[in-house]
Design a protein around this ligand. Structure first.
Ligand SMILES: NC(=O)c1ccc[n+]([C@@H]2O[C@H](COP(=O)([O-])OP(=O)(O)OC[C@H]3O[C@@H](n4cnc5c(N)ncnc54)[C@H](OP(=O)(O)O)[C@@H]3O)[C@@H](O)[C@H]2O)c1
Length: 288
């Protein structure tokens, strides 16, 4: 029986695979990817590459064949599409005889959250729980890695902009989340029907983040609190899909209400070490 990762050609999935390869042998692992031709590097590691797509139940069921434990990495689409895709993935896992499903959710998933994608994760979590499969829900907080997107503009203008006000957010590195997922995948019995809130060890403001960037680069960067409509205008101008613009705008509305300020030690407990701080992550990323 294999342990399988979906979305293994994505950024989180490829990190999960690398961490899992330090815990299981390549022959014990399979991945499901939408474009097998993009997975030559994975196949070269001795990992079986299967074709899978959450839009195709039959294909996905085939991809899950002979799999004991599967990590379903959430996809990227509007809410209705993604809810259907995730339900298809869960149906396929069940049809194929998968025993334990691990899912990358979001911290504090709610149907009424301002961060509109939250409702997708709540639906998927409930669907998994109702499936009768064993499960582990990895409620990932927001990637610290995404903060790097604002750095070039900040270095050019001195302004690190976001409509964040004094909001505190428990940003966490993608790599720590990936290692946690790999630890759970390698020993699912220890995490049966567990729900983890995977946050950074500290909730940080965007003013603090601007300070980390200033310290790391020696440049006079400060936080610029963008009006919400200006932020939305910027996101639209770079061509992001409407559902993503709505979700990102809502993220900051929710964060200002304290939605993403609650720190949990679940990640540290799974990793068996402190998680990487936002300050350390940015300092190292900016030095690289
Ligand atoms: N916590 C956060 O801050 C945060 C931020 C952004 C996104 N996310 C969520 O976390 C997920 C993983 O993050 P990431 O950084 O690894 O994103 P990513 O690099 O965009 O990877 C997303 C993965 O999902 C796969 N996927 C998309 N649609 C699919 C479908 N219909 N069927 C099967 N697989 C599908 C993609 O497959 P291909 O490789 O074939 O394209 C890709 O491998 C994202 O998809 C999103 O749901 C979380």
């Amino acid at each position: 029986m294999k342990t399988l990762i979906t979305g293994a050609t994505g950024q989180l999935g490829s990190l999960v695979l690398d961490h899992l390869l330090t815990r299981l042998s390549a022959t014990e692992i399979a991945v499901s990817v939408r474009t097998p031709a993009k997975a030559d590097a994975i196949a070269a590691k001795g990992v079986e590459v299967r074709h899978g797509d959450f839009d195709d139940l039959a294909l996905m069921t085939k991809a899950f064949a002979g799999v004991e434990t599967a990590l379903i990495i959430s996809a990227e689409a509007d809410n209705a599409t993604r809810i259907a895709q995730h339900r298809t993935a869960v149906d396929a896992a069940k049809a194929a005889g998968v025993k334990h499903v691990i899912y990358t959710s979001i911290v504090d998933p709610r149907v009424d959250a301002d961060f509109t994608y939250s409702a997708i994760h709540l639906d998927t979590e409930n669907y998994i729980k109702q499936s009768g499969l064993k499960y582990t829900l990895l409620r990932n907080s927001f990637y610290a890695d995404l903060l790097m997107a604002g750095v070039p503009h900040a270095l050019e203008t001195g302004d690190f902009g976001a409509p964040a006000g004094d909001a505190k957010i428990t940003y966490v590195t993608r790599n720590d989340l990936a290692e946690a997922a790999a630890i759970v995948l390698a020993n699912p019995a220890a995490h049966e029907n567990a729900v983890y809130e995977l946050t950074g060890a500290k909730a940080v403001t965007h003013a603090e983040i601007a300070g980390y960037i200033a310290d790391a680069t020696g440049k006079p960067v400060k936080f610029a609190d963008l009006p919400a409509d200006v932020h939305v205008g910027i996101l639209n101008s770079i061509g992001l899909p409407g559902h993503l613009v709505e979700a990102l705008a809502g993220l900051y509305v929710g964060a200002k209400k304290g939605d993403y300020a609650v720190v949990s030690n679940d990640l540290e407990k799974i990793l068996g070490r402190p998680s990487q701080s936002v300050e350390d992550f940015l300092t190292k990323a900016l030095a690289a």
